[in-house]
Every structure is written in C-alpha cells, then in structure tokens.
Design a protein around this ligand. Structure first.
Ligand code: HPA
Length: 284
C-alpha cells in the first residue's frame, strides 16, 4: 500500500490481504499479538507455526525500514490460535498511520477478537524501575495525528468510537492474576504516545508526566485506536526500558533500550502466554 493509497479502498485492501494470507495458511486466529522492540522471542513459544513475511502479503507496507523480522507468525499458544506480528511499523519511520495500523485491520478480518500489544517505553513514574512491566490502563494520544482521520467506512467501525475503556479491565485483571501466580511483579499505568524519533528533553518529560502519563513511547496508540474502532478487546503491556526522571536524566541509547527489553522479554512472554491460556475459547 503506497502512502497515497486512497482510504476509500481500505476495505478492499484489507479483504485482499486476508485472502492472500488464507491462500498460504488456512488459519483463523482468535488472538492477535503485536510484539514491541526487543520482544520477538514470544514466537518461539508457538507450536504448529506458519510464518509469512510482510513483503509477501499484498498491501502490507514495504518492510525495508523495519529493523527486525517483519513477519506474521500463526500458531498455537496456550492452547489458542494466535497471529503474532513480529516487527511493527512506526510513524517515525515515515509510514502513514493507515500503513502503521493496516495489519491490525487485517488480523481482525482474519477473525481475531482480542488484541495484545507490547512495547518498550520510558518510565516517568518515579515508582517504576528499569525492566518493570506495566499493564496499560489508559492512554493519551500525543502524536499529533489520528489514524481515523478521513472518510469513515461504517463496515470497519463507527465514526466516533467510544474510548471509555480502550484497555479491557477484564484482560488487565487476568494479567494481574497470571503475574501473581508466576510471581512476576507488574505495575499499572497510563501510556502517552509521541511521534518520536528523538527521545524527550527533560522539560518534555516533566510536561508529559504532568499530563498524567506514567510511561511514554512511540507506538501502540495508533494500533489501539484502530483496534477499538475495529472492535477488538485489548490488552497493552509496556516494558520500562529507561527511567525518565527529569532531575536525574542520563543519556540513553537505543542499544540499552533493546537490551533492557530483551532482558524483560521472558517475563512478559510468560504473562502473555498465561493470559492467552486463561482465556475461555473464543468463538466468532
Ligand atoms: N521516550 C519515548 N519512547 C521511548 C522511550 C522514551 O524515553 N523509551 C523507550 N521508548
């Protein structure tokens, strides 16, 4: 899909992508999972895997800019059929939000009803530690753009989607239960989405914290907005990869962020697998 693809074609584009996927893998996932930076290992836990590269799916954004895998992996996790996006598209890479969120639409079309999204984020709540897992309770769209701008196709969702509970309270409590059982500590918090690609200044961290956010990152918000529009029940998880205390701010680099995400990955994977396992069988 080129960035100039007319939005009025969106419905047809989604259907075409779904058909092409079904030709390669006759699979109807119940749960869609988007893996954040440094969190790609979850795919190793899937059995009966089928992997499809993004570039082989018509209308998927060209994945040249995606730093890692860039593939959709289907398989069974915790006894459920899942579709995992290994590699996501970011707005800061130059993709339009239509492109960033297109795979979410396709996974809904394939049959998924539950969306689990993870990301690496900066921790502004001073009660957080590096490596903490935060269950996202709510978000603030501070990206300056919205993926739903443009004519609305009623077949895809409502013109004015309700945002009173974008992150499912039911899924948050299941995640907390799993975390408790596995003795993994989790926090709750508000995620604020920014465009990036630069990290924030001290003044910006102070400001964003003052807005009521606990973690800040450059993804997730567009996918969740489209996820709500498309009728997904959503669980969001952040890994705190750097501490954003404006009064003691140290320079961070992306390698450190990826390393911290990698280290926290196995704990996050256990929670995601545990949640999926606990869910009742999903019927369309
Ligand atoms: N700011 C924005 N995005 C991020 C950060 C941050 O501090 N850490 C990881 N992703």
């Amino acid at each position: 899909m080129s960035s100039k693809a007319p939005r009025s074609n969106l419905f047809q584009q989604i259907s075409k992508s779904a058909r092409a996927i079904w030709e390669k893998a006759a699979f109807r996932p119940d749960i869609a999972i988007i893996l954040g930076t440094g969190l790609g290992n979850l795919t190793k836990r899937l059995t009966k895997q089928i992997s499809i590269s993004y570039e082989s799916i018509p209308n998927f954004p060209a994945s040249t800019v995606v730093s890692h895998a860039g593939r959709l992996v289907f398989g069974v996790l915790g006894g459920k059929k899942v579709a995992v996006m290994d590699g996501r598209f970011h707005y800061y890479e130059g993709y339009s939000l239509d492109q960033v969120t297109f795979p979410v639409r396709v996974m809904r079309k394939l049959g998924a009803k539950i969306l689990i999204v993870s990301n690496a984020a900066g921790g502004m709540n001073l009660g957080y530690k590096k490596g903490d897992i935060v269950l996202i309770e709510d978000h603030i769209n501070f990206m300056g753009v919205n993926p739903l701008i443009g004519p609305n196709d009623e077949r895809l969702g409502l013109r004015f989607p309700d945002m009173s509970e974008p992150y499912s309270k039911r899924l948050i409590s299941i995640a907390e239960k799993v975390a408790q059982e596995k003795r993994i500590s989790v926090k709750r918090g508000v995620y604020i989405g920014v465009s990036g690609p630069n990290l924030e200044t001290r003044a910006e961290y102070r400001f964003l914290r003052g807005l009521g956010a606990d973690v800040v990152g450059m993804s997730t918000v567009p996918e969740v907005i489209v996820g709500v529009h498309a009728g997904f029940e959503i669980l969001g998880l952040s890994i705190v990869t750097d501490l954003c205390d404006p009064d003691h701010l140290k320079p961070v680099n992306i390698e450190e962020i990826i390393k911290t995400a990698n280290e926290a990955g196995p704990r996050l994977d256990q929670i995601v697998e545990g949640v999926v396992h606990k869910l009742p069988h999903v019927r369309q």
